[in-house]
Design a protein around this ligand. Structure first.
Ligand SMILES: Nc1ncnc2c1ncn2[C@@H]1O[C@H](COP(=O)(O)OP(=O)(O)OP(=O)(O)O)[C@@H](O)[C@H]1O
Ligand SMILES: [Mg+2]
Length: 627
């Protein structure tokens, strides 16, 4: 069975909730309500008024029946009807105020929560996103935040209003006729106990429902983002089956829960109807014998109140469910906000002023969260304005070196310095503001071309954006090939761009950022020779005057670099200029010769070998990593 979509960090819901602690979450809840206390007072006040007014009509009905109809005091009818209308009107007005206030309050809290979680999420290190699936994170910010909203809007409201209503009802019926009240209250404790037991029994089903829903989301998210691979391998059927399994799991879990709810409540209603029957029988006897002051009006009022007796008990116990769900959801949200960003400004970290661009690695070793050492004993120095090329076979550690420069990760041992200053002792923002990256799989936002370029410097004018595009050799295709020029929407809803075009936009973006240090990770690997030539021209302009790290498989693009570092298994094994390294006659020369030897290799292949997809030259022993 496929285990796709299950993040490695998924902790058991109850264990997570225990770890976070209900008390802390309830504390959070009250603290978040505190700034909105006037709204809370308004909501609760209107709620109490509407509950109080809702209890009066049966009492007024009693007087209509006994005093107006029974004793013939018609002069009272007008007053009583007016009182009834006032009750209904007041109830409606205060209900409206209460509903609006509580819902707006809930939305306000959710807004605060979502904003805080999002802000925190942005600050988390790359490592966090590598170990959590996108679907999972998104579901926490939407579904789980929604569960909290539900608790604020409905949970608290029901909790307070139904408690008040229940207490009010019990007082009214007891004062009216305690003998009848006793009969109607007897089943109440049993009813409550039954519901508590039932809720306990049904909870695992609902937990299962939530888990299955998460599964569906995770599958869907992976399926959609990986649709290219799915279709390329014609695995639609397979995906359908996986999705179907998740969907059906959800259906099954839900159906079981539904069966329990839908049989339980009618059964309970049936049982409570016995007390109705008892009240009718006993009540009729009392009225008939004129005992304890019982009248027809008393009976009518009684039934009016009884209608509302079991409802609040039931919804109070459902609130229990709402609160449980919200606490489970809140625990998952807290798990995000409790995660400390690994890369933070050290206490007393200093702003890095405009740098010259000297980069040094001193005896750096490094490993990712999970896994083995990927860099060991790496030392290098790039003088300001120099171009340093990193070459080596796939998995040698080139990207890992590049990741340490903007401090996406901290080294395990050794120091990385910029202009002689330890990266761990300067502020992250002031460092990253002076570094730009152009990566193999450029990410463009679902926005216009202009805004995508402007992302490099948000304050840039349209004129500056255009200048950058011209320098990146992107202006031509933007104005000639795109329907709306710079205002063309790219991404989801707009025009799609080729790999080379995206690359040039990324270069324009980097140009606009005007960084002192530049990292180009396989910036030209996804394009053909002609496009590569144009991009190379754009890159040549980009690197001028900046310290540049270039990672390239195609060695022809880096022969002019000031220094070339050859990596093997996380260590630098050769270093020098192209000429020096060729003279060294080592790994570099072997790789270089291999790249320009392709026709010979092909000629030496057996004639009946199946023609493979055209691939660029590669390093000896390089494994095909699928892009
Ligand atoms: N995010 C990560 N988490 C854990 N291990 C990783 C991560 N990224 C890379 N690695 C491991 O680190 C090693 C070096 O990877 P790196 O990406 O630096 O190689 P590379 O030289 O850039 O390769 P390529 O030429 O294929 O891009 C590899 O063994 C890889 O499996
Ligand atoms: Mg790489």
């Amino acid at each position: 069975m496929s285990t796709r979509g299950r993040g490695p960090s998924k902790e058991d819901e109850l264990a997570l909730r225990k770890r976070i602690g209900d008390r802390r979450m309830i504390g959070w809840f009250y603290r978040s309500l505190l700034p909105y206390w006037p709204r809370v007072l308004l909501g609760m006040g209107s709620m109490l008024l509407s509950v109080g007014l809702g209890l009066l009509p049966p009492l007024l009905m009693k007087h209509v029946i006994d005093d107006v109809l029974g004793d013939g005091r018609m002069e009272l009818l007008g007053t009583l009807v007016a009182a009834l209308i006032s009750c209904f009107l007041g109830d409606a007005v205060f209900s409206a105020i209460r509903t609006a206030t509580m819902h707006i309050l809930a939305q306000r809290m959710v807004y605060d929560l979502r904003r805080d979680v999002h802000r925190h999420l942005q600050s988390l290190s790359l490592g966090y996103f590598e170990s959590h699936s996108t679907g999972d994170i998104m579901s926490r910010l939407s579904n789980d935040v929604g569960a909290v909203e539900n608790m604020v809007a409905h949970g608290t409201d029901t909790l307070v209003s139904d408690t008040c209503r229940l207490i009010g009802l019990i007082i009214f019926i007891t004062v009216m006729l305690w003998q009848l009240a006793l009969i109607s209250l007897i089943p109440l404790p049993f009813f409550a106990i039954a519901i508590v037991l039932f809720a306990r029994k049904v909870r695992p089903y609902y937990q299962k429902v939530r888990e299955e829903l998460g599964e569906i989301n995770a599958h869907l998210q992976e399926n959609i983002s990986g649709i290219r691979v799915v279709q390329a391998f014609a695995r639609e059927k397979h995906e359908e089956e996986l999705f179907d399994r998740a969907s059906f799991g959800y259906f099954k879990a839900y159906a079981k829960g539904v069966w329990m709810w839908s049989t339980f409540f009618p059964a309970m209603a049936f049982l409570t109807s016995f007390s109705f029957v008892a009240i009718i029988w006993y009540g009729a006897n009392l009225v008939h014998g004129h005992q304890h002051g019982a009248t027809i009006g008393t009976l009518v009022a009684f039934f009016g109140w009884l209608q509302g007796l079991y409802g609040p008990v039931r919804s109070l116990l459902q609130v229990h469910n709402t609160i449980n769900q919200a606490l489970a959801a809140l625990a998952r949200i807290f798990e995000i906000t409790d995660t400390k960003p690994e890369i933070t400004d050290a206490p007393g970290a200093q702003e890095l002023g405009r740098i010259e661009g000297r980069v040094e690695f001193e005896n750096v070793s490094f490993r990712y969260h999970t896994g083995e050492i990927v860099l060991s004993g790496v030392s290098l120095t790039a003088s300001p304005g120099q171009t340093v090329a990193l070459v080596g076979r796939s998995g040698a550690g080139k990207t890992s070196i590049a990741n340490l420069i903007p401090r996406f990760y901290d080294p395990l041992e050794g120091v990385v310095r910029v202009d002689g200053r330890d990266l761990c002792k300067v502020t992250v923002a002031s460092l990253r503001n002076q570094i730009a990256l152009v990566l193999q799989d450029t990410f463009l936002f679902d926005d216009t071309v202009r805004e995508n370029i402007r992302y490099g410097r948000l304050t840039a004018t349209d004129e500056e954006v255009q200048q950058a595009a011209i320098a990146a050799h992107a202006h031509e295709f933007i104005t000639e090939d795109l329907p709306n020029g710079y205002d063309t929407h790219i991404g989801e809803r707009g025009v799609k761009l080729s790999g080379g075009q995206k690359q040039r936009l990324a270069i324009a973006r980097a140009l606009l950022a005007d960084p002192r240090i530049l990292v180009l990770d396989e910036a030209t690997s996804s394009v053909d020779t002609e496009a590569e030539r144009i991009i190379q021209a754009a890159i040549n302009r980009l690197v001028r005057g900046r310290t540049t790290f270039v990672i390239a498989h195609r060695l022809s693009t880096i022969v002019n670099a000031d220094q070339i570092l050859v990596l093997e298994d996380g260590s630098i094994v050769e270093r020098g200029t192209h000429t020096e390294l060729m003279a060294l006659n080592g790994l570099y020369k072997e790789m270089y010769d291999r790249q320009f030897d392709i026709p010979e290799i092909e000629a030496s292949l057996p004639q009946d070998a199946a023609p493979g997809p055209a691939r660029g030259p590669s390093f000896p022993g390089e494994e095909y990593t699928g892009g």
